[in-house]
Design a protein. Sequence first.
Length: 575
Amino acid sequence: MNRKHIAAIALVTASAIGALAKDEVIMTVNGVDVPRSEFEYLYHKNQQQQVDSQSLEEYAEMFKIYKLKVADALSQKLDTMSSFQNEMAQYKSDLAVPYMTDSLFLNSLVKEAYDMSREEAEAFHIMLAKSPNDMEMTAARNQADSILNVLKNGGDFAELAAKYSVDRASSNVGGRMGYIVSGRFPYAFEKAAFTLKPGEYSEIVESPQGFHILKGGQKRPARGTVLVEHIMKMVPPTATAEQQAAAKASIDSIYNAVVANPEKFEDLARELSDDKGSGRQGGKLSWFGAGMMVEPFDSASFAIQVNEISKPVRSQYGWHVIRKLDAKGPAKLEEMKPMLLKRIANPQDERYDLVEKNLINNLRKKHKKLLQKQYLDDAALKEVEYEWLYANEPDYRNLLNEYREGSLLYEASLREVWDKAAKDNDGLNNYFNAHRGDYTWTKPHVKGILVQAANDSIADAVRETLKGVNSDDDFKAARKQFVGKASMDRILMEQGQNAMVDNIMFGGDPVTPSNKKYTVYFLYDPTMLTAPETMTDVKSLVTSDYQNQLETDWVEKLKARYPVKVNEKVLKKVK
């Protein structure tokens, strides 16, 4: 961000400071004033989340410690870390979305998409492919312009489609794609297909795949979706007349069988269908909408009634017998809206850019006076809006402050307490030795290495190997040496936790190893302990207690290091 951008944002920040200056100061921590509004916001939020509510005085003390930790994080310049700044930039942007969203414009796009979903449009197009080569891309665009001029001067669409269109599925049938439904093609393509009048030509429509010229076709009400199952006899393009006749005879025989006994449909699909994928499911396909299947399979599926079986239908792949299982009408607006909003919010959707352009236009109008003084690019303009929101929207300001300070608090606590305790083995051992009497057991524990082995000879080999184990690395190497032949696990258990240990140490009944690959089990170098022998025997408990100690020591240092002044008069006004 350049100096002009910083200067522009500084103007808004100044207004933010002016707005907040009217807020009473409830406390000052290391020279930083805390406004009453921030304290009240967090206090009330805490009260709602607590099972047992805290008194105001109790919360004020907890809040003071919270602010001391934030002050410590700032003194360590944790807010200057790139990871923190990137995280805050993303959160600031995400948090601003509801405030910056133009609901009217967004709802107009949703309504447009919904209206298109209520119809099916007959689509015709001529498509020229894009190219990663700039010269070839320009040539394709120019060619599309030339074809459009020919059409406007009376050229024949079907002939031009056959000659130039790279969409081979439609080029030989006059460019006709059949009836399409919305949500399956790029936005600009769909908008043209659904708005063109029959016979009318579009301007050049660019999609990720190519350049298109569309011709308007008929419209009809949307038919919703269907669930069908089918039995298929494939007819390859190279099939001889005899093979074609055999496929037709086979499908006719299947049709007669399922009409005579519909309950046989799924069994026959599994046995006879050439579509093996659906055949394994009794011929069942997934739900599909108009235009998602080839014709005439598509039309036949919609034409028959639920539970009705179609006569044999010939598609480009072969013969089909279809049974309809269920059907749904078009979804209602309230049902579709979440899905449509998600689609529009996808950066790959063209409407995402429309929403972004609309936002920038609105911001330019809102900050018109500032823009009269200097030019700001889109990114800087958004930063200005974030600062405006901070100054004028208390909820935005409170949430942003809470997230910022919560992130700083987490990072500082990680360094001063959590990571420090987890990695400080000397400190853990010293703490355990100083507080050994705090760690007791009500039952004796067995400590050792539980081994399960494939046979006695492997068990003997494991015993010999374990004699030379003197470190964790040695133990890891031993486990690796016997992978697939034996398992070895360090254990610390009381009676009742493991049947094999109970058998060996507490006179329990013999059992089979827990791993079925193994037949033998034993404990290597077992020791019966009445109390923890080393810190590692109760490491999780020691770690937790050591963290608490570090936390207490840290807070005491913070109280001594950073001055805190509480305005008791303002505190008493908090409700």
